[in-house]
Design a protein around this ligand. Sequence first.
Ligand code: NIG
Length: 405
Amino acid sequence: MSQLIRNARILTLASPAGPPPGRPHRGRALGDLGVIAHGEVLVSGDRIAAVGEKVDAPADAEVIDANGRVLLPGFVDCHTHACWAGDRLAEWEQKLQGRTYLDILKHGGGIHATVRAVREATQKQLASGLRDRLGLMLREGTTTVEVKSGYGLTTEAELKLLRAIRRAATEWPGTVVATALLGHAFEGELEEYAKMVVKEMLPEVAREFPEITVDAFCERDAWTVEACVRLFEKARKHHPIRVHADQFNSLGMIPEAIRLFARSVDHLEAATKADLVALAASETMGVILPATGFHTDQRYTRAGFFVDQGGAVALATNCNPGSAPTHSMPFAIALAVRHCGLTPAEAIAAATVNAAAVLGLADRGRIEPGLRADLILLHHRDERQLAYELGGNPVDLVICNGQKI
Ligand code: NIG
């Protein structure tokens, strides 16, 4: 069965001058959304079959009249910790009284509180919690989501999380990409713990999830630059690597991430201008997570500066119970334009085509023949409404893998 979406303002995110499939848009060219002001898209099965001002469609195609509204690729949320148990409401109240994220972490709360809850939960309970969040994400236009482990801190518990993510993925029409966040926090001495991760946890995880990306959190009271580098030197032989860096403190991880050809450096709120310039000149992408600053301490990444230097930026929710309790990509877009220096068009590209590039997915993030039919139709005729509106749901219709949701 085919579907013909007519009378739409189409953001293709593709242009003849743009980068090849799977490569990110860089610098201010990011704002080129490849607009077809008045056009049609034909979906056939799970693929986009044709795009243009007028396309040929089979006589029995279901017709969806967009009535001049905006059609764009489904959002790709490329950084989340959406598989967790328990809640962090009590410590959030402490934060409202002025206690910091890192102080809570240092004294055994924060990530460690979620680790305790995850260890007590069954794989089935973890999968069920994630499934609920995936349902919320889909309604707001997210059709591909990355989900990290990192709340296990033992090989067994990390595997339980990764299996829960895999299980929830099979019950969702969108795509879930799991990431092994093996260096999120530690128990005992970091030196010993990190050795255990490299010698035991990484090989066990790799055996069951051979292609998985490996991630770490480089921060004071989390993993040091040295520990991250030791993990990544080993992991990168078989896995893509990503790193959380410069969230609260600039510790020198960015040059190392560039040297190690990391896919991305995520956070960057505390990054120096010199490090942002170096990152912009490299193949490593920058991922911004503005819901984190909004929820914790009002510090945001200078993404506008990074883009001006020619950097490749992506945008994500960071959905997690501690620093970013949101599943909404429209909300992340609204924050990125208010606090990070992106234009509405740039934020949309960062949330679609560039976020797909972070995950190494060349078959989505754009509206082009042959690509996966992940599409969203807004309530609005002007895409700037996506960034303008706060707290509503601008998405009217989601087509995920060719299915109307
Ligand atoms: O990206 N900062 C490290 N990891 C997450 C937060 C996880 C948590 O607090 O539970 C982040 O912000």
